[in-house]
Design a protein around this ligand. Structure first.
Ligand SMILES: *Cc1c(COP(=O)(O)O)cnc(C)c1O
Length: 246
């Protein structure tokens, strides 16, 4: 089942890239393995998955170790993506476990990750999580009115300005979560909005890297790719519904 699921997702990604006139290699498929076992992850790896996403470090760290024990020693290790909200006191474990951190949602957290990374000679890749839809339940730096509210724009720009001076982290772009809606097409303005914001930040902060747009999940990834997603975070379409008991 997993092999077919993965093939179906890859086909959908290729089709969305073709519609958008993009190279399919410009999209990184992050397989979200939260709540799934190391054995399921190994099956995904054998099917071709090379990027795993997890949202809780206390689940991910032991699972990563168990997965690596199952992996043949000469197999290239996958890249580990932290996609969930990070509590300050877990930042250290996050740096030790993950290569890419998608959900940096405050200056405080960025600064802390930078300091811990410097202490450990690590250079984590990060993205800034943006709340572009304004949903109160969503984490992220507020940006639902950045084009009309000078105050909101200034607050966000000041955070980015501060982050631009950090030297241990490597910021590569933005991440967002679209509201859940029945009709995927309805998420298009959210994804287009994140791209517009990225384009504006790239003009004002030209020394930083702005290539990455982490957006799109099982419900909406084809739309996200059409709007420029470079990283799609897909769980259910690959692993099926959550395994009970892990
Ligand atoms: C769980 C999760 C996903 C994957 O969701 P699916 O709907 O299973 O594809 C993507 N991003 C984040 C931040 C998540 O927590």
């Amino acid at each position: 089942m997993l092999v077919e699921n993965f093939a179906r997702v890859q086909t959908e990604i290729a089709a969305a890239c073709q519609r958008a006139g993009r190279d399919a290699r410009s999209v990184t498929l992050v397989a979200v393995s939260k709540l799934h076992s190391p054995q399921a992850m190994l099956m995904a790896y054998q099917a071709g998955v090379r990027h795993f996403g997890e949202n809780r470090v206390e689940e991910a760290a032991p699972k990563k170790a168990a997965f690596l024990d199952l992996l043949p020693k000469d197999a290239p290790p996958p890249t580990w993506h932290m996609i969930g909200h990070i509590q300050s006191r877990k930042a250290q474990a996050v740096i030790e476990t993950f290569d890419v951190i998608h959900a940096v949602d405050s200056w405080r957290l960025a600064e802390r990750i930078d300091r811990l990374a410097a202490d450990h000679n690590a250079r984590p890749t990060i993205m800034l999580q943006i709340n572009i839809s304004g949903e109160e339940s969503k984490a992220g730096l507020g940006a639902d009115q950045w084009e009309t509210s000078p105050t909101q724009r200034q607050t966000l720009w000041e955070v980015v300005e501060s982050i631009s001076h950090l030297t241990a982290i490597h910021a590569i772009g933005l991440m967002t979560m679209a509201p859940y809606v029945a009709e995927p097409e309805a998420t298009r303005p959210v994804f287009a909005g994140l791209r517009c914001l990225r384009d504006a930040l790239a003009v004002d902060f030209p020394t930083m890297t702005w290539d990455a747009l982490s957006m799109g999940m099982t419900n909406d990834y084809p739309v996200a790719i059409e709007e420029g997603a470079t990283h799609v975070r897909i769980g259910r379409a690959i692993f099926g519904e959550t395994e009970k008991g892990y």
